[in-house]
Design a protein around this ligand. Structure first.
Ligand code: DGY
Length: 324
């Protein structure tokens, strides 16, 4: 009997994916779904051929540089891979893969949900009904902001931003503007009749809604601070489904407190699962617990994508979603 490759999954994954992994490999699962400590992750990387973490596991240089490391591939469950020390992976010759494409639509849907929800006060209204505070229809009750036909500013114009542009432009007749110094696909720009802004300042000044779609990198960490928020219209809203640390949460709370912007819809936070307590106090903030890719179909597809990546690697092929 040939020996199976050893793989270790750091959190609970959708059942069909766990089943497939178990059939193909000598798989260690985390049925209890308790996050692993740095020490446990180091032990894991020392004892498996593929480590399969997710976006909330911090895979540090200390873990990757472990002198007893056995794993040569890290198959991340997630499109973002800022949880992994990529420089260390490069230095140590460890391959890293992610799960792009399969979560594009669902993450874009959550961006739209936040946009629609915050503009039309959906979560506030729902609480109102549940708390039995609703006294009936009246002309000035819970008036929100119309979003159809308004200007949506996208920071970053990658796959998820394009999916948001599609839904917002064709579904809600929104004008699309974007800021992305690395993007210049004329066909896509034409398709959405979009306007490319030459600076972030320009985008912030003209947008009714600003939606973040850039990765968390050294350049984008803390990008949306008080100075930047102050450039937005005071009738505008900030939407973040990208990464929490792109926004300085304390500055966002100050901006909301001082009426610098009208509201925010957030799915991601600086130090998840903690949320700046000030943000919890605002009615004009719509908060979700990092649900971007959280549909059954998408989470299963993400797991299958990891499966394909490590299978290719073990067969001596190039994994399709190799980032390092
Ligand atoms: C990702 O894949 O990076 C998402 O944030 C997970 O929902």
């Amino acid at each position: 009997m040939t020996q199976k490759f050893k793989v270790l999954v750091t959190r609970k994954w959708p059942n069909p994916v766990e089943k497939k992994l178990k059939e193909a490999f000598d798989t260690t699962l985390n049925i209890d779904d308790v996050p692993l400590s740095e020490e446990q992750l180091t032990k894991a990387i020392d004892n498996c051929d593929a480590l399969l973490p997710t976006v909330t596991d911090s895979i540090s240089d200390k873990i990757i540089s472990s002198k007893n490391r056995r794993a040569k591939i890290i198959g991340n469950f997630g499109v973002g891979f800022n949880n992994i020390d990529i420089d260390s992976a490069k230095k140590n010759g460890v391959i890293v893969t992610n799960t792009p494409e399969v979560l594009t639509d669902c993450t874009a849907d959550i961006a739209m949900l936040l946009l629609l929800g915050i503009a039309r006060r959906a979560s506030e209204g729902e609480y109102h009904v549940r708390k039995k505070e609703w006294t009936g229809w009246r002309p000035t009750h819970m008036m929100g902001t119309k979003f159809t036909g308004k200007t949506l500013g996208l920071v970053g114009m990658g796959r998820i931003a394009q999916a948001v542009a599609h839904k917002a432009h064709f579904g809600f007749n929104m004008q699309i503007v974007f800021y992305d110094p690395y993007f210049n696909d004329k066909n896509i720009i034409e398709k959405f009749n979009a306007q490319s802004c030459s600076s972030l300042d320009d985008l912030l000044k003209i947008s009714d809604f600003v939606s973040l779609h850039c990765p968390s990198t050294k350049e984008t960490k803390g990008l949306i601070n008080l100075e930047m928020l102050s450039k937005m219209k005071n009738s505008s809203y900030l939407i973040n489904t990208a990464r929490g640390d792109i926004v300085v949460e304390q500055d966002l709370a100050d901006a909301l407190n001082n009426g610098i912007i009208k509201g925010a819809g957030l799915d991601v936070y600086e130090s998840e699962p903690s949320v700046n307590p000030k943000l919890l106090e605002f009615k004009n903030v719509f908060l979700l617990p990092h649900l971007g890719s959280a549909s059954e179909e998408t989470r299963e597809a993400m797991g299958m994508r990891v499966f394909s990546n490590i299978t290719a690697f073990f067969e001596g092929k190039e994994p399709a979603d190799r980032v390092v």
